[in-house]
Every structure is written in structure tokens, then in C-alpha cells.
Design a protein around this ligand. Sequence first.
Ligand SMILES: [Zn+2]
Ligand SMILES: [Zn+2]
Length: 222
Amino acid sequence: MDETADARAELDRLGRSLREQLVVLITDLAPGADLGLLFLDAPSVADRHEPLRHHYAAVFRGERPAAVTAAGTASRAAALLGSAGWDVTASEEDDDGQRCSMVLAHRDGIRIRVRTGDHTSAVMFGGRTPALAFGPAEPFRQPEPVRTPDTLTPGYLLCYECDGLGWCPGCGGRGWVPSEPRGRTRCRVCRTERVCPICRGGGELAASQLSDYQRGYYPELD
Ligand SMILES: [Zn+2]
Ligand SMILES: [Zn+2]
């Protein structure tokens, strides 16, 4: 059983379910809206802690017909979602305490929000699936060095910065380093370029082209 493929298939199923329901809502509540602008084709990273977790998420703006009130739009949204088996909560206030007509719905861990208000004809549709990991966290394996004392090009020395690794010694070639609050943070040594900033990935430096400063790393040359 491929755990990664299973998790991906499950997330794609949830993504399709979210998309289908948003299309029904948008078509009904904001007729004429361009559904080509509903971007739900690929999951995005929801959480950068290992293992990465992905979700489908979208925000869509439509306009309600002039004859329909904000309250009318909200009650129609609640009816559509309720009949499709969603747990629906209606609210007259958003999280910031602003007056609005809002409907929140949950099903299978998916969340949908429809929000409009008396002061606007815009109807905001939002939705996201739960965030799933595609597999267990993979332990990081340091890459093999591209150069060793045995494979040096004649006239070259092992790079003093990476010792022949070639990949950035700060991040091991990943371009990022683990971080508690954000999960990942960009590597300051290579600035996400992944290779050693001194040898640019070669793992070795030509002895004849060393600067005086660089020669200081190779006392055996004097
Ligand atoms: Zn190097
Ligand atoms: Zn790096």
C-alpha cells in the first residue's frame, strides 16, 4: 500500500468535493461569474513543519444580482449547503465584529464560507480542505561529497568552505533549514541556491586562483 499516493488521492477527492460545492454556490448566488477564476487545480502547502501538509484552498469574488438582498443571499447559501449535507452556521458578524451576512459550513473537514453585506454587492466565497501530509517525515540524509581527496582534479584543493561537499554546508543542499515557528526558513548561507557559495558546487578550488585571503585556509601551500 502506497501511503503517499493514498493521502494524495484523499486530498484530491476533498479538493474536488470543495470545488463542486463552490461551483454550485457561485453559479446560484453570483450568476454570470467567471468560474475560470476559481483556482483549485493544485494543492498548496498549508504547513511547512515536517512532514509538509497540503490543502486545497480558494477565495472567489462574485456579485449578487441587484434584486437580491444580502440576507437573501445568505439564507439561499445556507439552504443550498444544508440540503447538500453540510453543517451550516449563519452569522451577522465576521471575526472582526463587522456586520455582514455570513454562512459557514463544514463537511468532511472541509470548510466553506460565504460572506456578503448590505453595503456591498460583492459576495466572497472561501473554502479549504483539511491539510494532509503526503507521507511520514523523511529523515534528512546528507548528500555525498562531489569531491574527496582521491577524486580531486590535479592542481585543485578541496573547497575550504564545504570540504568537497559541493552542496551548501549550511543546509546540506536543501536550500532551507528547519525552524520551530515556521517549519522551514531559507538558508542564509546559500540564500536558497543550494550549492556551496565558495566553490559553486564544484567541491574544489584551483590552487593557482586562490586569493591571499583564501590561501590562509591552506597553510600547507606555504
Ligand atoms: Zn564549497
Ligand atoms: Zn544552504
